[in-house]
Each structure stands twice: as structure tokens, then as C-alpha cells.
Write a protein that binds this ligand. Structure first.
Ligand code: SAM
Length: 275
């Protein structure tokens, strides 16, 4: 294992603080610092950046991010058992690591950014990962308070985020991500890379905000995608009945016999505008 700092190896950290992974908190730790550095580097040049990491756990990814010349790193961790290990890292990097104990779903990220763009990097807890992403994708103000999101998901979720029309993975998440960002899968991570190993393969996804996404409201886009993909095998004239059906489709210039998964992001935006 490579050394990127003089801190004790992560396995020793886990043992010293009795950090046995808890499933309810989505805890699958990364102990290989080569891999955590690879994830951190996927975010782009980090020199001088303010990075936010959700769910640092024992701090493997935290240490990798800190080794890359960032100005400030803010971490948000729910499990109090991880805090002593994180404070050890903070002592090693004076004035650079800010530790917030709490639920990442309730944090005001725009306030945390304080008017300067942040970069978010995280090996996300699977149970809250999708909700966090949707929250980051849908602020009213755009361009958003973040400059990039570099996030680990289960591969199946990653495929839904980057899915194109016509793909079986294409759905609400793909439309929301495609509307506001350019999203790509950077690389896959096998189960054995984690302690303990999860059942499925994971993927690191990198998202960059589009400067000028099509001007529609998030709530209208959510409504049409929810209705259309709620009955994804039905024709749109049927699945969108509650939102105006054929009249709405005609207004948006879309053939009512088409199905949700054939519509481009631009066509979903046309529906949202027509609503
Ligand atoms: N970043 C570490 C790593 O890569 O080894 C840990 C990743 S582990 C998949 C997810 C982490 O998120 C755990 O440390 C867990 O305690 C934390 N977590 C779970 N739910 C959370 C929440 N709602 N808010 C903040 N942290 C949370």
C-alpha cells in the first residue's frame, strides 16, 4: 500500500477505533490509498479548491483528497465512532480539514460553499446516494454552487445516471442528470476493493454542470418524467393522461404513440414547458 502521509495504515485505524462496518450506514470502506487517490484525481485539478466529502468514515478518501493540494476540505459524517480518526487526520493537516458531525441530507451546501464553488467527492452511503445527487442536481440557481461532483455509486445506479434514450437504464435520473450536467462513468470498482465487500460492482461517476441547460423548472420536469416513466411501457398518451395527455403532447410536438424511454432530454423539456 502506498504512503501518502505519515498517518497510520487504515487497517490499524479501523482496529484502534473498533470501526466494524455497519450495514445500516452503508459502510463499505476503501483502504487502498492508490484507489482513493485515483478517485480524488478524477475530480480534476484540486490545487486551491474547497472540496466537500460526504461520509468520510475512517478517512481513506479524505487522506487522498488532502494529499492533492486542496485549500480546504469539509467532511460530513453521521457515525460518531469515526470522529476520533478524522480528528487525527485534521491534526496532521492544520487548518485544512473541517469536520461536521451530522446527516448529509440536511446540510445547506450552498451556505457551506459561501459563494465560492465547491467540488464534491464521495464514496456515498448507498442508502442516501441517489437522494443526495437529486438534491445537488435541482437547486433553483444555475450554474450551481458546485463545480463538479465525483461520486461512487452502485454500478446499476451509475448506469441510470449516464443513460441515453433507448437504453433500458434510461429514466427519471438520466433525464435530470442529462438536463443539467454532462455525466460520465470514469471507472468501475470491484467489490473486493471494499472492506467489507458489497454484493455488487461500483462505479465512479463524474458530473460537470452544463452552463446553459434548457430553461424549464425542475418541478415541471419532475412531474412529466415521473408520470412518463411511472408507466414506461405504455404509450405517452396513456401515461401522461393525468397531465393533459394528447393535448399536452400535441403542444410539445411529440407523437402520442411514443413511449417514455424514446424521448430525448430536450423532448422532456418541451413537455415540461408545455405543462
Ligand atoms: N469514505 C469512506 C471510504 O471511502 O472508505 C466511507 C464510505 S462508506 C460507503 C459511507 C460513509 O457514509 C460511512 O462512513 C457512513 O457512516 C457515512 N454515512 C452514512 N449515512 C450518512 C449520512 N446520512 N450523512 C453523512 N454520512 C453518512
Amino acid at each position: 500500500m502506498s504512503r501518502i502521509d505519515d498517518l497510520p495504515p487504515l487497517r490499524e485505524v479501523l482496529a484502534a477505533h473498533e470501526l466494524n462496518a455497519r450495514k445500516a450506514l452503508g459502510q463499505n470502506f476503501l483502504l487502498d490509498l492508490n484507489l482513493t487517490q485515483k478517485i480524488a484525481r478524477t475530480a480534476g485539478a484540486l490545487e486551491g479548491a474547497h472540496v466537500v466529502e460526504v461520509g468520510p468514515g475512517p478517512g481513506g478518501l479524505t487522506r487522498a483528497i488532502l494529499s492533492l493540494g486542496i485549500r480546504k476540505l469539509t467532511v460530513i459524517e453521521r457515525d460518531a465512532r469515526c470522529l476520533p480518526a478524522l480528528h487525527e487526520i485534521a491534526a496532521h493537516y492544520p487548518d485544512r480539514l473541517e469536520i461536521i458531525e451530522g446527516d448529509a441530507l440536511t446540510v445547506d451546501y450552498a451556505a457551506l460553499a459561501g459563494g465560492q464553488p465547491i467540488r464534491v467527492i464521495a464514496n456515498l452511503p448507498y442508502n442516501v446516494g441517489t437522494q443526495l445527487l437529486v438534491n445537488w442536481l435541482l437547486p433553483d440557481d444555475w450554474p450551481p454552487y458546485w463545480q463538479s461532483l465525483t461520486l461512487m455509486f452502485q454500478k446499476e445506479v451509475a448506469q441510470r445516471i449516464v443513460a441515453e434514450p433507448g437504453s433500458a437504464h434510461y429514466g427519471r435520473l438520466g433525464v435530470l442528470a442529462g438536463w443539467r450536467t454532462e455525466a460520465r462513468i470514469a471507472f468501475d470498482v470491484p467489490p473486493q476493493a471494499f472492506t467489507p465487500p458489497p454484493k455488487v460492482t461500483s462505479s465512479v461517476v463524474h458530473l460537470a454542470p452544463r452552463t446553459q441547460p434548457i430553461a424549464v423548472t425542475a418541478s415541471a420536469l419532475e412531474k412529466v418524467t415521473q408520470a412518463a416513466f411511472g408507466q414506461r411501457r405504455k404509450m405517452l398518451r396513456q401515461s401522461l393522461k393525468g397531465l393533459g395527455g394528447e393535448t399536452l403532447l400535441e403542444k410539445a410536438g411529440i407523437d402520442p404513440t411514443r413511449r417514455a424511454e424514446t424521448l430525448s432530454v430536450a423532448e422532456f423539456c418541451a413537455l415540461a414547458t408545455a405543462l
